[in-house]
Write a protein that binds this ligand. Structure first.
Ligand code: UDP
Length: 363
């Protein structure tokens, strides 16, 4: 059968855009469709008051993969932004990730040896030997005080589930350091594209046919008939018409405000770790690019369970959903004309660099 395109790429987020770029480079014909009016998926930025606003939540690029770093920098240079969030708990500020600054603010402790002893004592007292969930993992990593003040409230707001019901790997993303180093990531490379993420996506999709406002599911038969292969980056359960059941996702509602001041919170990211504050964090977008605009734009993030009509942001990789996803994955493995990619296609709490790495690996 003669197809019009080698690849139909459903979704123009990072996975779809990198795949499209590589396919085109390999001499393949490609069509990208996206149901939204813009490309870039959740890394899309909107310019407000000259500030690149991360419309679907903060995206901070970090990687230890030099190939990936060189790849993205070949499209747009990245700045030297280093993520160093601050946590607000009941009005008191603490540095993240958990490091000597945090331990000093919490316990007045000045040396690594004192901090290690304090955490070790709390760990021993908890009696946890082999952590079975996020709560146990957190306590055995950093002890009870930090768990209560900086982890429990934030995590339960973000995921809408008890820490004791969440997988341990989520908290392993966060470094614990016995140095005065507030860098949130351990990676070799980190930054934000100068001029915003749209530049990256626009360069990747340069000279590639893209149709926005185009929903695959509204004319599925047609889209399936025009390409030899489909690269699907949407929700895998929707692709299979929920035949094994619905996977759960978390969504985020953003309350974005423009303020008549140059600097609202002095940092790009301030987390509100207490359960009594309804939002998880406030992002002040200009700081990602060291902006000096007259005004500022902030977004409060409210986490909620995903429902049809909202944007899915995080897969919920707990036991129930992981088992359900496994059924979809086994089915996907039998396909030779569909490739699933990205956070939704692979139902995985992926970082941007891993998404790119996977897309590159196909070629
Ligand atoms: N986390 C926390 N307290 C914080 C920030 C993060 O306990 O102040 C935990 C929480 O469980 C969260 C995980 O660390 O789900 C990962 O946080 P990260 O900021 O990496 O998440 P993302 O930026 O992807 O939303």
């Amino acid at each position: 059968m003669q197809y019009k395109y080698d690849y139909l790429i459903v979704g123009s987020g990072l996975f779809g855009s990198v795949f499209a770029y590589k396919a085109r480079q390999a001499g393949k014909t490609v069509l990208v469709i996206d149901k939204r009016p813009h490309t870039g998926g959740n890394i899309h930025c909107e310019t407000i008051e000259g500030i690149n606003v991360h419309k679907y939540g903060a995206h901070i690029f970090h990687t230890s993969n030099k190939e990936v770093w060189d790849f993205v920098n070949s499209f747009v240079p990245f700045n030297r932004y280093t993520n160093s969030p601050v946590a607000d708990y009941k009005g008191k500020l603490y540095n993240l990730p958990f490091n000597m600054n945090t331990f000093y603010a919490l316990w007045g402790i000045r040396t690594p040896a004192e901090a290690q002893a304090k955490i070790e004592a709390q760990r021993k007292e908890s009696g946890i030997v082999e952590p079975r969930n996020l709560e146990e993992q957190a306590i055995s990593l950093v002890g009870n005080d930090i768990y209560d003040i900086l982890i429990k409230g934030y995590t339960e707001k973000q995921w809408g589930r008890k820490c004791s019901e969440l997988p341990a790997f989520i908290i392993k993303r966060l470094p614990v350091r016995f140095t005065f180093d507030n860098n949130y990531f351990n990676d070799d490379y980190q930054g934000i594209p100068i001029g915003g993420y749209n530049k990256l996506i626009e360069s990747l999709l340069d000279r590639i046919e893209v149709k926005n406002n185009t929903n695959f599911f509204e004319d599925r038969k047609y889209w399936e008939s025009i390409a030899a292969k489909i690269v699907f980056t949407g929700r895998i359960d929707e692709y299979y018409e929920y035949r094994f059941g619905k996977l759960e996702y978390r969504t985020v509602r953003f309350e974005t405000e423009t303020l008549d001041c140059g600097n609202y919170q002095g940092n790009a990211v301030v987390n509100y770790t207490g359960a009594e504050v309804p939002y998880t964090r406030i992002i002040e977008h200009k700081h990602f690019e060291f902006g000096h605009q007259e005004k500022t734009v902030i977004s409060r993030e409210y986490a909620a369970e995903w429902q049809e009509g909202s944007e899915p942001f995080y897969p919920v990789n707990d036991k129930k959903n992981s088992a359900l996803y496994e059924q979809y994955r086994r089915l996907a493995d039998t396909e030779c004309s569909v490739i699933f990619g990205g956070r939704l296609g692979e139902y995985k709490y992926y970082d941007m660099d891993k998404v790119i790495e996977n897309a590159l690996n196909y070629f």
